[in-house]
Design a protein. Structure first.
Length: 149
């Protein structure tokens, strides 16, 4: 495969991950794995980690496996799918944990309309303390109304 095709596979995987994240968040995290996600909506202590952080590991496993099978026996497209998942995970960390939840105070005073819209949409998501009646399950795609609020 050409380098351009590998780049397109990586970018395409990154974009598809938004849909995977939306579906996983709505039907898995707010579904049968709510017991891992619940402490994210109802924090009870101020520790460094919460049970919800297990989802970083859950999403990392396929990426790591794709890296492995993407270099054995030689470099192939699976490596670049794993790379797209890794890049999405890095973006997720920066947007969700750093920007929105302020685990690190790196973007505390941003005035960027897109980033402020992401924060607003996530606040709406967290106004629901239970697993029902949720909205705004994605991370990078946010309905337009949150940018004009």
């Amino acid at each position: 495969m050409s380098i351009l095709l590998y780049i397109l596979v990586t970018i395409g995987t990154f974009l598809v991950m938004e849909g995977v994240t939306w579906l996983t968040h709505k039907f898995v995290m707010h579904g049968f794995l709510w017991y891992l996600h619940e402490d994210h909506h109802q924090p009870k202590y101020q520790g460094i980690f919460e049970k919800n952080d297990a989802f970083f590991v859950i999403f990392a496993v396929p990426s790591i496996a794709l890296f492995y099978f993407g270099i054995n026996p030689e470099l192939n497209y699976l490596f670049f799918i794993g790379l797209g998942i890794l890049f999405y995970g890095m973006a997720y960390f920066l947007i969700h944990d750093v920007l929105i939840h302020q685990r690190f105070k790196w973007f505390k005073n941003t005035k960027n309309k897109y980033l402020v819209g992401l924060r607003k949409a996530h606040k709406i998501h967290h106004k629901h303390l239970g697993k029902e009646h949720g909205e705004c399950f994605g991370m990078l795609y946010v309905p337009f109304k949150y940018f004009s609020m």
